[in-house]
Design a protein. Structure first.
Length: 403
């Protein structure tokens, strides 16, 4: 049974209820998926549940269990949650805890494809095409007809399992250079069959997956993709192409909304974050000597910095707002109540927030109570490094971490 909603700030549409497909959400703020680093042996832990429970108790409408692989070879970290029967008890505990705190539970399903970690999976990565991945330090193999069928079923089965465990919404990862995003991107997709070449062909497999997931979960559960608007580099998915993909998804009738994002994990990782590049911490934290050397040599060029700007994805997102009628979630640098109100006035239905909530899980309650109007997050991005040091957390209030 859900608890009562947090107090509403008078006259602010941010704290008005909203509809995400069949779901009624208590306000318009969603905790987006941010890798937590708190799973163990591919299973949800009590610590991971507690981390998300804090966001729910702090007032978000929905929190997202980040990156759960639909198959074991789709992982980027050894301990990452992957969807199978053994994961059910922890997943059910997660959904129940979030519901008891008054929020909705979403789960992000994905497959890393080309940059899956072979040290974690003990398998060769696969992707749209054969391609060398610096991240995986291996060549991927091009997917076969059998792979297409197997992974389509894997996404559907993973979504079905999540619903059985009590999740209210399914987020399918079509962004950041993960497998389905790789099919959309001409940088990764060099196929010459019906899954490569034209944008229509490149979008074929992602659309198949979304259709299979919808069929598996029915219409009583919300379904939305985390979709790249663009990859952020020449030779990747363009904004014009991203808009067209959104139009097709609307025409397909498979999704209830779209969460808009951008950037490619292996080419433009800071494009989707903005702010400081914590390279020194990343190098210090890397235990593999070969990968550490790679970071020293290649990371300064790969990790191109992008200055932080409030709502940095808004200009691109407005192109999508003009193109489709589907509900849209604005993501990227939303740190002020004023920004959220402006986004809703511009026609967006929800805002998706990460770092301000990592800094203060109680932030939404404080906004609603009028205790604050903005987040003190400095966009140092050291929370990312902390993921591999035991779990994602903000270091700003930790005298040891900031020393």
């Amino acid at each position: 049974m859900m608890s009562s909603s947090p107090p509403e700030r008078p006259n602010s549409p941010v704290f008005a209820p909203g509809a995400l497909g069949p779901l009624a959400l208590r306000n318009r703020i969603v905790k987006c998926g941010t890798n937590e680093g708190m799973a163990r042996k591919g299973l949800v832990t009590e610590r991971l549940v507690d981390w998300h429970r804090a966001f729910a108790e702090g007032g978000v409408a929905m929190t997202t269990l980040a990156y759960c692989a639909v198959s074991p070879e789709g992982r980027t970290f050894r301990d990452q949650v992957w969807m199978r029967k053994e994961a059910s008890p922890g997943l059910a505990d997660f959904a129940e805890a979030i519901h008891r705190a008054g929020a909705r539970a979403s789960i992000q399903l994905g497959h890393a494809g080309w940059f899956a970690n072979p040290r974690a999976t003990r398998e060769k990565p696969l992707g749209p095409s054969r391609q060398f991945s610096m991240h995986a330090q291996a060549f991927s193999r091009a997917m076969t007809a059998a792979d297409f069928g197997r992974l389509e079923h894997a996404f559907a089965d993973a979504a079905r399992l999540a619903v059985q465990c009590g999740f209210d919404a399914i987020e399918v990862h079509l962004g950041h250079g993960y497998l389905l995003s790789q099919f959309l991107s001409p940088y990764n997709n060099r196929r010459r069959d019906e899954y490569g070449g034209s944008l229509e062909n490149r979008a074929r497999f992602p659309r198949r997956v979304l259709a299979a997931v919808r069929e598996a979960i029915g219409r009583d559960v919300a379904l939305y993709p985390k979709l790249n608007m663009d990859d952020g580099f020449d030779g990747g998915l363009t904004l014009e192409e991203g808009v067209q993909v959104a139009r097709w998804l609307e025409q397909d009738g498979t999704v209830d909304a779209i969460q808009l994002t951008g950037g490619h994990t292996t080419r433009t990782p800071m494009y989707l974050l903005r702010g400081d590049v914590p390279l020194r911490d990343m190098i210090a934290d890397e235990r593999d000597p070969i990968r550490r050397l790679g970071l020293r040599v290649f990371a300064p060029r790969m990790l191109k910095p992008y200055a932080f700007q409030e709502a940095f994805f808004l200009p691109q997102a407005l192109e999508f707002r003009r193109a489709v009628r589907l509900p849209l979630m604005l993501l990227g640098g939303v740190t002020r109540l004023e920004t959220m109100e402006h986004a809703l006035e511009a026609g967006f239905d929800f805002v998706a927030v990460g770092r301000p909530l990592i800094h203060d899980p109680d932030w939404v309650r404080k906004l609603a109570a009028g205790e604050t109007t903005s987040s003190p997050c400095t966009h140092c991005n050291r929370c990312i490094v902390e993921m591999e040091r035991g779990g994602t957390r903000c270091v700003l209030d930790d005298p040891v971490a900031t020393a």
